[in-house]
Ligand binder design. Structure first.
Ligand code: AMP
Length: 390
């Protein structure tokens, strides 16, 4: 790593170009960006786009919401030679939602260049994806497991890939994809360009960078770091078996426009959503659901038709969810970072949001830790568990 350049950007760097024109993009890409109504590149785009266009390997620390997808997506579509054909770009992502989101993103960015993008992810039929792969996409966006299945079946090869992107690398490694990712990288040419994007840089991620990127440029983008600023943090001490009743009362008595309710397990999320749905429109979003159902849930929630969404951490992470008025921790988060991430879903962009944490008899230790680390502005919620329905 010694030869690497370490770059830090807070977005206030006046030496960097602040317009897409200054990034010297092609006319079709500029048109695509204009069609998306983006005014100016975000800090991560200002940093990463020129490096990737110049063919460098980059390791980027940036959060979801920073514009990281376009930071690699723009150079990717710029570098694809559509006329040459053949698979040229590969993007690995941890989840199917992200595969779909990123695939859409790349399609809109690459429209003018006629870039064909295929999306490959688990939990859906292989037939349609196999057909898409056989239509000679220029770029494939994939979750590692399903991609390996196709590689093993000999449906396609990675020998012509020029650029590989590892998106949300920390998440992929968290989910146990490291061996798969390394296996996939070994199937690509050694002289490929590699870009890694990650919200955090634990040793597993820096290790992967050291093993698989060539003389990488490190780019660190500060924020938008999730914060509890502007969030009113409430807690409710309630026996575990009364949590459902407490939540019902909260949803009835609070001015809830939209609420994300967090549960630890898929089963828990589904059970809770089913129970709530008997009294009010509620959807669940977790990894145990079929992809079609997950998308339906997201759409219903984003459109406001269903104001309550019960989610697991894994499902919620990395998703472009709308801002919500309330975050409810039905189950205690496992660590402080998770708490901050969950709560950061409310009170975005200066708005005020409300976070309510249900503290059961088994949650005291974690709750004490939260209170110590996240500060003292906690209010006991004046919930009356026995409030009757109006
Ligand atoms: P990401 O961090 O890639 O998940 O992007 C977060 C959101 O920002 C997405 O909805 C993008 O469409 C949007 N976005 C990305 N780049 C820009 C930009 N330069 N200007 C405005 N919005 C952007």
């Amino acid at each position: 790593m010694s030869a690497s350049v370490l770059e830090a950007s807070r977005g206030s760097d006046t030496a960097t170009p602040a317009s897409f024109e200054a990034l010297q993009l092609s006319v079709p890409t500029l048109a695509a960006v204009r069609a998306l109504r983006w005014q100016a590149p975000t800090p991560v785009q200002v940093r990463a786009v020129p490096l990737l266009l110049a063919g460098r390997d980059v390791a980027v620390q940036a959060q979801t919401g920073s514009g990281k997808t376009a930071a690699y997506g723009i150079p990717l579509v710029e570098r694809v030679r559509a006329s040459a054909g053949g698979l040229q770009g590969l993007v690995l992502v941890p989840t199917r939602e992200l595969a779909l989101q990123v695939g859409d993103h790349l399609r809109s960015l690459g429209q003018g260049h006629r870039v064909r993008v295929a999306r490959v992810y688990g939990g859906a039929s292989m037939a349609a994806q196999r057909d898409a792969l056989r239509q000679h996409p220029h770029v494939v966006v994939a979750t590692p497991g399903r991609l390996l299945d196709f590689l093993r079946q000999g449906v396609f090869r990675l020998g012509s890939v020029r650029t590989v992107v590892l998106d949300e690398a920390d998440r992929m490694l968290d989910m146990g994809f490291l061996p798969d990712v390394e296996r996939i990288l070994r199937a690509t040419p050694g002289d490929r360009q590699t870009a890694l994007f990650s919200a955090t840089l634990p040793p597993e991620v820096t290790g992967l960078v050291g093993r698989t990127l060539r003389d990488p440029v490190w780019v660190r983008i500060q924020g938008p770091v999730p914060t509890v600023e502007g969030v009113r943090q409430f807690y409710v001490e309630v026996a575990e078996q009364d949590k459902l009743q407490a939540l019902r009362v909260l949803l009835r008595t609070e001015a809830v426009q939209s609420a994300l309710v967090f549960r630890r397990t898929q089963r828990g999320a589904q059970k809770l959503a089913d129970a709530l749905a008997r009294k009010q429109p509620t959807a669940a979003l977790h990894g145990g659901m079929r992809q079609r159902a997950r998308f339906a849930a997201l759409r219903e929630f984003a459109s406001g038709r269903v104001p309550v969404l019960v989610v697991t951490n894994v499902a919620a992470r990395g998703l472009d969810l709308p801002q919500v008025s309330h975050v409810v921790n039905f189950d205690m988060p496992e660590d402080v970072e998770t708490y901050v991430h969950r709560v950061g879903r409310t009170a975005r962009a200066g708005a005020t949001g409300i976070a309510i944490t249900l503290v059961g008899q088994y949650d005291m230790e974690m709750f004490d830790r939260l209170r110590r680390v996240v500060g003292t502005r906690w209010e006991r919620h004046p919930l009356n568990l026995y409030a009757r329905s109006p």
